[in-house]
Design a protein around this ligand. Sequence first.
Ligand SMILES: Cc1ncc(COP(=O)(O)O)c(C=O)c1O
Length: 406
Amino acid sequence: MSAPTREEALALDAADPLRGFRERFTLPKDVLYLDGNSLGALPAHTPERLRRMVEEEWGNGLIRSWNEAGWYDLPRGLGDRIAPLVGSAPGQIVVCDSTSVNLFKVLTAALRLRPGRSTLVSELGSFPTDLYLTEGVAPAWRLLLGRDGDTLDELLDADTAVVLLSHVDYRTGRLQDMAAVTAKVQASGALMVWDLCHSVGALPVELDACGADFAVGCGYKYLNGGPGAPAFLYAAARHHDAARQPLTGWFGHAEPFAMSPEYAPAAGIGRFLTGTPPLLSFAGLDAALDVWASVDMALVRAKSLSLTSFFLRATDALGLPTVTPRVDSERGSQVSLQHESAYAVVQALIARGVIGDFRERDVMRFGFTPLYVSHADVLDAAEALRDVLESKSYLDPRFTQRGAVT
Ligand SMILES: Cc1ncc(COP(=O)(O)O)c(C=O)c1O
């Protein structure tokens, strides 16, 4: 395919139905931000929402705000605001804890729903926390898809209790066919858990329509909830009565203020809560969800594919291998290019204000967030990359020395 031109970029941006969203974010003028798949940008009204939470709800409302400012309802309320983004009916999502903690809860709950079966399947290339948690939950019974070249079909058998997969792979950006994989896993009698960290806010997700059993996802990436924003957890309503999660704290109790010495799980999704929510970070996610309330995810997907294919075209001439699928239906919202000095190249780009990130061992990862990235940005980033590679500026010791990874 031919390299895209500036005119093409400007024409696509002029016709972009999402272009108005960029002004709803505060981004530094000298930065081209392609890392919203790691930490989303700051919505312009978030500081005011945080100020309100701190000064009014906490400062003036004090303890009364649990009821009067709706603090108590936030875990379920924010869950219901995320629900349309992931194709869930209300009442099946709570916002709480971190993705890692929520993984522990849903994996254990899912295993307990399949007594008599003992193996838990996850994928070798998954984000490490997913691997570590499957090991933590079922140390002796974990199978790794991809370790010995086995396919999912070969691994699934009458002993498989749970399968955990990422909807979009954090490193390659490969998108799984959620409907087909869920159906295959469930046909074997196992339960399906999806990690949505790299798909929520990046593309339409259809948990209910695909029949997913459980899912977890992250608030600080594409959702733009802020650093360390709380995560979310989805459990299909059909599992609510029988599901028993292991972190049985008082927030998941049927009557937390009865102060009973015995645990009795709340009805519905509330039983997946554990303890007092970190409300200051809930305010950041709450503000971010105001933006998402008016976003059409079909438009997000169309623009995301346009941005990623534009970047692939714009960087084709550099001859870099990519681990990201070129087929649209198999790609999330990122492009990962490979280079033997990937770390240094990413640092050299960051020094020029083009922020992507590096992932072991040789991956330069560029995330495309349709609400605030344009086709002109994509072209600028591709040109900066070409310049860094051609000038070999990445060989400067400032860039080759490994420090903390962004
Ligand atoms: C696929 C995936 N799962 C989980 C996490 C992180 O989980 P936590 O927020 O608990 O650190 C990440 C973070 O990048 C991720 O990419």
